[in-house]
Write a protein that binds this ligand. Structure first.
Ligand SMILES: [Fe+2]
Length: 189
C-alpha cells in the first residue's frame, strides 16, 4: 500500500480509498492491483503476459501505445545520473503510468500551493497525468521494478519547472514495514 503525506498539514494517509480521495483533485489515479499472479523473479515477458488484460485496458483508457517493464537496482549502470534527471520538479507531455512490482519510490506532486507525496511500493498502480508538476526519487534500497505505459516514448522527457520547490522537502520513505512507528530516509542523489 502506498503512503500519502501532506507535509504542510502534517497528515498521512495509508488506505486505498483515502489515498484515492486525496489524489483525485490532482487528477492522479491510484489503485491496488493483485501481485500474486507472477513470481518475484518472473521475466519481463512473463510479467507482460500475466498482466496483458490490464495492460490492454489501460492502453484503451489512456491511449497508450506501448508498455514495458523497467527494472532498476543499485547495480544499474548510471543510476545516479538517471535519478538526478527526475528529482527536480518537472512535467511530461504524456502521462506517467506505473504499476509497481518491486521496490519503493516516492513521487512529490505539486498543484497550486499544495504538495503531496506518494510513496509507492509493490501492488500500487499510479497514473500521473501529463502536465502535472512532480518529482521522484527512489527509497533507500534504490530498487524499483514496474510496468510502464507510454503514449509515445519521446514524450517522456522531463521539462523542468526550475521552481526549486523540491528543495523544501526531504524525501522520506516509511518503508515496507510501515505501521506508523518506523521511518527510513532516502538517499540524497
Ligand atoms: Fe516524471
Amino acid at each position: 500500500m502506498a503512503v500519502v503525506t501532506v507535509p504542510a498539514e502534517d497528515r498521512t494517509i495509508h488506505d486505498e480509498l483515502g489515498i484515492q480521495a486525496e489524489l483525485a483533485p490532482l487528477g492522479v489515479d491510484y489503485e491496488r492491483w493483485d501481485l500474486s499472479r507472477v513470481a518475484e523473479d518472473a521475466s519481463a515477458e512473463a510479467v507482460l503476459e500475466a498482466y496483458a488484460a490490464e495492460i490492454d485496458e489501460m492502453k484503451r483508457l489512456g491511449g497508450y501505445q506501448t508498455a514495458d517493464v523497467i527494472d532498476v537496482s543499485p547495480q544499474t549502470p548510471g543510476l545516479d545520473t538517471m535519478l538526478a534527471k527526475f528529482d527536480r520538479e518537472h512535467t511530461h507531455s504524456e502521462d506517467e503510468v506505473r504499476f509497481i512490482l518491486a521496490g519503493r519510490g516516492i513521487f512529490y506532486l505539486h498543484k497550486d500551493d499544495k504538495v503531496v507525496s506518494v510513496e509507492v511500493g509493490p501492488g500500487d498502480m499510479i497514473r500521473v497525468p501529463r502536465g502535472t508538476e512532480h518529482w521522484f526519487t527512489l527509497c533507500a534500497e534504490r530498487r524499483i521494478r514496474a510496468i510502464r505505459w507510454f503514449q509515445d516514448t519521446t514524450g517522456w522527457t522531463p521539462h523542468y519547472t526550475a521552481s526549486g520547490v523540491e528543495a523544501g522537502y526531504q524525501p522520506l520513505c516509511f518503508g515496507p514495514a510501515y505501521l506508523g512507528t518506523r521511518a527510513e530516509t532516502t538517499i540524497t542523489v
